[in-house]
Ligand binder design. Structure first.
Ligand SMILES: [Zn+2]
Ligand SMILES: [Zn+2]
Length: 142
């Protein structure tokens, strides 16, 4: 039995190799030798090859051009109600990573605050417009 010094994976061997103390499984050896994984743009399928340790795991990736066009909203059908879209710039090289998940309590609170501020702003804007147009804020029909 031989044990990978990186990940601890065990492998049965007939004969212990001389370098058994520093042996690495093929996965670990490959990762060290600069093996690349393919990351495909979710939209246009353009693929980049990149070292696995430079990839931040994400639900999906978009390349630069697609990210600029489609990055602001979750792709159709991927989001459940209440979930948020998280951007991770350069999650895999030039690719932007996206996670779709339910917000943490903190994030939910921040969204709620932003919504509140926006609603306040809208109400103010309406009042402002009404005043400029010389319209009474409340109509009286008597
Ligand atoms: Zn290993
Ligand atoms: Zn793309």
């Amino acid at each position: 039995m031989i044990v990978c010094r990186q990940c601890g994976k065990k492998k049965k061997v007939q004969r212990m190799p001389k370098h058994h103390a520093t042996w690495e499984c093929s996965t670990c050896a490959g990762a060290r030798a600069g093996a690349r994984v393919s990351i495909a743009c979710f939209h246009c399928q353009r693929t980049i090859r990149i070292r696995p340790n430079r990839v931040e795991p994400s639900d999906y990736f978009l390349c630069g051009p697609c990210g600029r066009v489609y990055g602001t909203r979750p792709l159709d059908g991927l989001r459940q109600p209440g979930q948020i879209l998280v951007h991770k710039m350069n999650a895999a090289g030039e690719m932007t990573g996206f996670d779709i998940r339910f917000p943490t309590e903190e994030e939910a609170a921040a969204v709620e605050r932003a919504r509140h501020i926006r609603d306040l702003g809208l109400a103010q804007l309406q009042q402002e417009r009404a005043r400029k147009a010389g319209l009474p804020l409340h109509h009286h029909w008597n």
